[in-house]
Design a binder for this molecule. Sequence first.
Ligand SMILES: [Zn+2]
Length: 321
Amino acid sequence: MNSFTFYVTFHPKACPPEQPITIGFERVTTSLLNSIKGYRRVFMHSGNWWRLSERIRTPSRILSSLRKLSEVCNVEGFMSINIPPKVDIQNYDIWNLPKEIRERALKRSLEYADILLQSSPKTTLYCSYEVGTLEDSMKWYRIALEHGHVAFGAGFAGFLMGRIRVEAYKRMIEVIVGARSVIGDKPFHASGVASLKLLPIICYAGATSADGSTPVRVALAMGQVYDITGKAHGVLRLERWNCTCRMCSEYGREIIKLLKDDYNLRVRHNIEVWNENLAVMNEALREGRLEEYITRRIGRSPLLRKTFEYARELRRRLLRR
Ligand SMILES: [Zn+2]
């Protein structure tokens, strides 16, 4: 594994056709198909379970969306259905649930994934779970492998909603390292992770790709732009802006006014920041300097340091490296 891909939520006016983008299967409509035409790196996710009823999240709906999407753009991968053991995004602690409740959800997720696999899709299918413990991860990704799956994934949006919890971060690391310990060098997708400081850690733990909406959502809903270090700034209060990203360099001194007036430019800028960070991270990964990069990137944050330390310890224990 020497490259990590971040698929950003599709925002037509801010994503060039070569940008890796993600779209939820439920959003594949005629107007979406018109705007996504010609995009070269698309990932179709099925992760938004807290917004969708179970009636909508079915293999046949997923396949129908995949077929339509594949006709107009290049779909690199798609997720099966990660059934949550409990539908509660406010108190997301699936790891504390009784084993039989967790296993029921995991079993159903695998059944859905198997149905999708049997349809022999030409696009890579990521067998996905809503999984929260090391034990479950090792067990259920191993079973998926035995069922013939060749790519894997997990929904992590629930882990990251609400207040920041050390335990949620640790559980996420357990799921990824646990999966990596049984799937060998096959792809692993982390759905719903977009934090610039978390992405290098989940890459280190063993994820090969992720998708998320932060750069887009924050620019649109909160009017915020990120600087290259990953710090968010409200555009209305922006007085100085020394960004040297590809987009800001193009506009020169009027950039502050433009960022205040044009939300599409805010999104474009944020995506540039993500791309530039990912490029530096991937270079470090290729050159075997990822640990050094992470140490520098996470700075003094006690939460991230603990999370990284835990990833190191688990990797030593389970991956022997
Ligand atoms: Zn910029």
